[in-house]
Ligand binder design. Structure first.
Ligand code: FES
Length: 83
């Protein structure tokens, strides 16, 4: 099914791009912009964005990596990261 009529991107291409990005970098955060760029396009009218996002969210590889879901912690006192 064509998701973006301006660029001709299909749901299969979106899923393939997400799977490829996840396989290439398990910790990457996958955004619609990254999917467009991976497929060699950029959005034009933006009318497809709701369908584009729902297509993306149906892909299990879209999940944010567990390490990035942890809350940020304060650095321990006395430990300096500067040299
Ligand atoms: S339909 Fe996707 S940018 Fe226009």
């Amino acid at each position: 099914m064509i998701v973006c009529h301006c660029t001709g991107i299909s749901d299969h291409e979106i899923h393939a791009a997400i799977d490829w990005m996840r396989a290439s970098d398990p910790e990457t955060v996958i955004t619609p912009g990254k999917v467009y760029r991976a497929l060699g396009h950029r959005p034009d009218c933006g009318g497809c964005i709701p369908l584009f996002l729902s297509t993306m969210s149906a892909n299990k590889s879209l999940e944010v990596p567990p390490r990035l879901r942890e809350p940020l912690t304060e650095p321990k006192k006395g430990v300096s990261h500067e040299r």
